[in-house]
Design a binder for this molecule. Structure first.
Ligand SMILES: [Zn+2]
Length: 342
């Protein structure tokens, strides 16, 4: 089936209710890992690419790999989503390329580093919503700033300094008409999220509950939600890596989020760790190997395992065939008739 809108996937997830993992890709093996995991667990799939990934893959390679995915995995509703669009222009170019969902991250200025004003964020996001909805494409916005830096994007904050204000979140959704909203509740991008095991207090889940109470029909998005499991860190370090001890977001906290309006969960680091660990293992155990497939295959398999596990933990497993895809042209009509107001 053709790529579908993210709005449809998330509306269906809200009925569940369940969450849908959004996994970042740069290359063929990562796309294959996600699609194989989706097939195995019978899950809908969100594949996402950052600006860094688009540039790494020259954009067109990525798009055509995704077309291949839709041809080979006909039964899986699949979304191609732009992660952290930094400007209206970036989002426009993604829509022109065939992305079926875009994130306009107006919480930062177009340099992707400097926190912006509320008014700037509303204006830029509103512009993207008008442009994207006219093509049936979904828009995710962000209010509040996440910690850490991802693919050169992020203010490098400590994660707690710019939490989402629930009142502002309501205003933002009303003024922009976004389909999904990324919120800052203390998570950060990258492997080094927490320097000790997070307790119930580390993540500001009360903030999330408050936002969900005020915006019960808005699909919430958790960024920086890798769990950074110890066994994946251990494999890397066992085979010559040098990761410092670190902790990610516990699955139970994500599951609590899913019970409270979280419909999209962004995961990248866990997959990076899994692939790198698998490659290091081959290099250490079979130093005579030099065929790239000898280490890319186990890397792909390791990522597939992590993705399949997350799909099961988030609850999307088994929901692949619940619905027929809505064509983007039909989404355009629904937006025009305001049948999709949050
Ligand atoms: Zn993010």
């Amino acid at each position: 089936m053709p790529l579908v809108s993210m709005r449809q996937l998330l509306d269906e997830a809200a009925k569940g209710p369940y969450g849908v993992g959004a996994f970042n890709v740069n290359n063929m093996e990562q796309i294959q890992a996600i699609m194989e995991a989706a097939r195995e667990t019978k899950s809908p799939a969100i594949v996402q690419a950052s600006r860094g990934a688009r540039s790494y893959s020259q954009d067109r390679f990525l798009y055509h790999l995704m077309l291949a995915a839709t041809e080979l995995y006909l039964e899986i509703p699949t979304v191609l989503h732009l992660d952290h669009g930094n400007s209206v222009e970036t989002c426009k170019s993604a829509v022109a390329m065939g992305f079926t969902s875009v994130m306009m991250d107006g919480s930062l200025m177009p340099d992707g580093k400097t926190p912006s004003t509320f008014d700037y964020n509303v204006k830029a996001t509103r512009e993207v919503v008008e442009m994207a909805h006219a093509k049936g494409v979904t828009v995710e916005g962000e209010i509040g700033c996440l910690g850490g830096i991802e693919d050169g994007h992020g203010a490098g904050l400590d994660g707690l300094s710019h939490l989402t204000d629930p009142e502002q979140a309501v205003e933002f959704v009303q003024q922009t008409g976004v389909d999904a909203l990324a919120i800052a509740i203390g998570t950060s991008h990258g492997a080094y999220k927490f320097s000790s095991k997070p307790t119930g207090e580390t993540l500001k889940m009360d903030r999330l509950l408050e936002i969900h109470k005020r915006l019960p029909n808005t699909h919430l998005v958790m960024h920086g939600s890798s769990s950074v499991p110890k066994d994946l860190q251990d494999i890397i370090n066992q085979y010559g890596g040098k990761l410092k001890p670190t902790w990610g977001v516990p699955i139970e906290e994500i599951q609590l989020g899913i019970k409270n309006g979280v419909r999209k969960i962004n995961v990248d680091t866990d997959n990076r760790l899994a692939m790198t660990g698998a490659i290091r293992k081959v290099f250490a155990e079979k130093p005579e190997e030099f065929d790239p497939r000898s280490y890319l295959k186990p890397a792909r398999e390791a990522m597939k395992k992590v993705v399949a596990l997350r799909m099961t933990q988030f609850g999307q497993a088994g929901h692949m065939g619940d619905y027929a895809p809505i064509p983007l042209e039909e989404m355009v009509k629904r937006y025009q008739e305001q049948r999709l107001a949050a």
